[in-house]
Design a protein around this ligand. Structure first.
Ligand code: GLN
Length: 223
């Protein structure tokens, strides 16, 4: 079977994915673009898919558990974590996402996605996957009208400042000893990682800058 070609927008990109369905490159000189899933029940999954494409990946919208097969990484996007939880409980997604994390493929939660990954969620408390040892206080930066942007320095991304967009964002109030803080704003962590599990309080898919996605999924943007 020939490698799957992605649709319009990256006609020259050949998408391989790992796992049992992975196809070996027919021509090793071809650019190998990793396939990154975006959980697509609700929220800003389309913006993540566009950012992934710009960053040199092949995005795949994931709505069924079977859509996780062969992915190289997965994004849990921003949106409403309570709504997403309803979808996650309708099928054995908790087990599937915990298995995904155990397979050591990058898992990246942004805003509501970070809330879903957190070990503890407050204001109010709600169920979560518990895959990332942080405490997330929902809407900790204020209400919708208080959404804002800022520019911060991020060592991991080089000298160019990063513009960050907050939309009813959670405050990462506490991080466990195994959690590395990659960026802070106002003295609080806004980008963290624990092994290959990453989370941002902000929305990296809301600007033209693809560096956060590149870092998390080790992507090489196409020219
Ligand atoms: N306030 C939302 C929640 O609690 C998150 C907001 C967002 O993802 N932009 O789920």
């Amino acid at each position: 079977m020939a490698p799957r070609r992605a649709g319009i927008g990256h006609a020259r990109r050949t998408c391989y994915s790992r796992g049992p369905t992975r196809q070996p490159p027919l021509n090793p000189m071809l650019h190998r673009a990793p396939t990154i899933g975006v959980l697509s029940f609700q929220g800003d999954f389309a913006a993540h898919a566009q950012t992934l494409e710009r960053a040199g990946a092949c995005p795949r919208l994931a709505r069924r558990i079977a859509d996780l097969d062969g992915l190289d990484g997965l994004i849990l996007p921003g949106g409403e974590s309570t709504t997403m939880l309803r979808f996650l409980r309708a099928e054995p997604w908790f087990d599937a996402l915990r298995d995904f994390a155990a397979s050591d493929r990058p898992l990246f939660g942004t805003c509501a996605g970070a809330i879903l990954l957190a070990r503890v969620v407050t204001h109010p408390a709600q169920a979560s996957l518990g895959l990332l040892d942080i405490t997330a206080r929902r809407n900790g930066y204020g209400r919708q009208v208080d959404s804002f942007t800022a520019r911060i320095a991020v060592d991991a991304l080089g000298p160019e400042p990063l513009e960050i967009v907050f939309i009813r964002a959670p405050v990462i109030e506490a991080v466990g000893p195994g959690v590395e803080v990659l960026a802070t704003y106002g003295g609080r962590p806004v980008w963290v990682r624990q092994g290959r599990i990453f989370a941002t309080a902000f929305h990296p898919e809301m600007t033209d800058d693809t560096r956060v996605h590149e870092f998390v999924f080790d992507l090489k943007p196409s020219s």
